[in-house]
Design a protein around this ligand. Structure first.
Ligand code: PLP
Length: 341
C-alpha cells in the first residue's frame, strides 16, 4: 500500500500571494453579522464556556432533540472523539476522502481498512465494497475531494446492528437543499458530522458538531476535553443555526452551484477530465502530468490542491476550489497553455 501524507491539507499550498484554489473555506472572512456576534461575546470571556444554547439551536435547525447534538471544536475534533470513544475491531474508511478520519483512527491505535472507490465508476459509493465485518465505517457526503454526493438510501443501507456509520457532511450545507442528508434522522448506528467552518469563513474558530443517538453523544462527550468549544465558537454555532443564517447559506450554495458550472464547462472546453458528477464547491480533475501543471500554475500565481496525498488517487489528480466566475476565468486562461488548450 503506498504511503500517503495524511496530514497534508490545502492550507500548506497557499501563501506567497497566490490566488487560492487549494483551500475549500468559501468565504474569505466571516460575514459582518457573524463578526458582530463574535465581538459581542468578548466581554464574557472570563467565564468558562457553556455550549448548551448552541446545542439547542443546532437541534432546532435539524429537527432533532438537544440530546442528539454534541458541539465540537470543528468536525476534526469529532473524528478524534469517535476514534477515542469506540474500540472498532474492523474500522473502514471509504476513500478517496478527507484524510483526518483515517489519521484519527491510526492515532488512536486502530488498524484501518481502506475501501477504494474506483475512478472508473465515478467514485460512486458501492455498499457492496464495505466488508460485512466492518463495525465502524467513515464516508464523506458530499465527499472531499471527489465532490460526489452519495444517495441517502445507499448510506442507510450501510447500517446494521453492531456497526456505527459516520457520515461526514462537512460540505452538505454547500449543496442547495441539502439533499441526501441524514442529519434530520435519528437512525440506530448513524453518526452525522457537520462543520460550520467552510461556509462561514471561521476555520480559525473551530466550530462543528455531531448528530447521533443520545447514547453515542454521551460516549463522545465522555472523552471530549472539558470546555473544548470556546464561548465565541458556541456563539457562532447558535448564530449560524438560526433561520436567517441557514437561508443565507442556501443562497451561497446556489451561487456556488452556478460558479461551479462555469469552472466545469471551462475545464471541459480545455479537454480536462472532471471526475464524477461534482456537487460540492470543489472539483477533482485528472490530468496527465498534474504535478508539473501544479508547479507551473504556482509560477502563474495560482495554488491548487495536489491529489496524490489522498488514498485512492495518484500523481495525475488535482482538486480545484470553486471561486467567483472572474477568478475562475482568469484561472482557466492560466491553465489553457499548460494543457495544450
Ligand atoms: C470533508 C471534510 N470534513 C471535515 C473537515 C474539517 O472541518 P473542520 O474545520 O470543521 O474541522 C474538512 C476540512 O477540510 C473536510 O474537508
Amino acid at each position: 500500500m503506498p504511503a500517503y501524507d495524511l496530514d497534508h491539507h490545502g492550507d500548506r499550498e497557499v501563501g506567497d500571494g497566490l490566488v487560492d484554489l487549494a483551500v475549500n473555506v468559501r468565504l474569505a472572512a466571516p460575514p459582518d453579522w457573524l463578526r458582530a456576534e463574535l465581538a459581542g461575546c468578548l466581554a464574557d470571556l472570563a467565564a468558562y464556556p457553556d455550549a448548551r444554547a448552541a446545542a439547542e439551536a443546532i437541534a432546532r435547525r435539524h429537527g432533532r432533540a438537544p440530546a442528539d447534538v454534541l458541539p465540537t471544536a470543528g468536525a476534526a475534533e469529532a473524528f478524534t472523539l469517535l476514534a477515542t470513544a469506540f474500540r472498532p475491531r474492523h474500522a473502514v474508511v471509504v476513500h478517496p476522502q478527507f484524510t483526518e478520519p483515517e489519521a484519527a483512527l491510526r492515532g488512536a491505535g486502530h488498524p484501518v481498512h481502506r475501501v477504494l472507490l474506483p475512478a472508473s465508476a465515478g467514485f460512486v459509493l458501492d455498499a457492496g465494497l464495505v466488508p460485512a465485518e466492518a463495525d465502524l465505517v467513515f464516508v464523506g457526503n458530499p465527499t472531499n475531494p471527489t465532490s460526489v454526493l452519495h444517495p441517502a438510501p445507499v448510506l442507510r443501507g450501510l447500517l446494521r446492528p453492531g456497526r456505527v456509520v459516520v457520515v461526514d457532511e462537512a460540505f452538505l450545507d454547500a449543496v442547495p437543499g441539502e439533499p441526501e442528508s441524514l442529519a434530520g434522522e435519528r437512525l440506530p448506528g448513524a453518526v452525522v458530522v457537520r462543520s460550520l467552518t467552510k461556509t462561514w469563513g471561521i476555520a480559525g474558530l473551530r466550530a462543528g458538531y455531531v448528530l447521533a443517538e443520545p447514547e453515542v453523544v454521551a460516549r463522545l462527550r465522555a472523552v471530549q476535553p472539558p470546555w473544548s468549544v470556546s464561548t465565541p465558537a458556541a456563539v457562532a454555532m447558535a448564530a449560524c443555526s438560526g433561520r436567517d443564517a441557514v437561508a443565507q447559506a442556501e443562497g451561497l450554495a446556489r451561487t456556488a452551484e452556478r460558479d461551479r458550472a462555469v469552472l466545469v464547462a471551462g475545464l471541459r472546453e480545455l479537454g480536462v477530465e472532471v471526475a464524477g458528477e461534482p456537487r460540492a464547491p470543489f472539483v477533482l480533475v485528472r490530468l496527465p502530468g498534474a504535478a508539473r501543471v501544479r508547479l507551473a500554475l504556482r509560477e502563474a500565481g495560482y495554488a491548487v490542491r495536489r491529489g496524490d496525498t489522498f488514498p485512492g488517487l495518484g500523481p495525475d489528480w488535482l482538486r480545484l476550489a470553486v471561486r467567483d466566475p472572474a477568478t475562475t476565468r482568469a484561472f482557466l486562461a492560466a491553465l489553457a497553455p499548460l494543457v495544450g488548450g
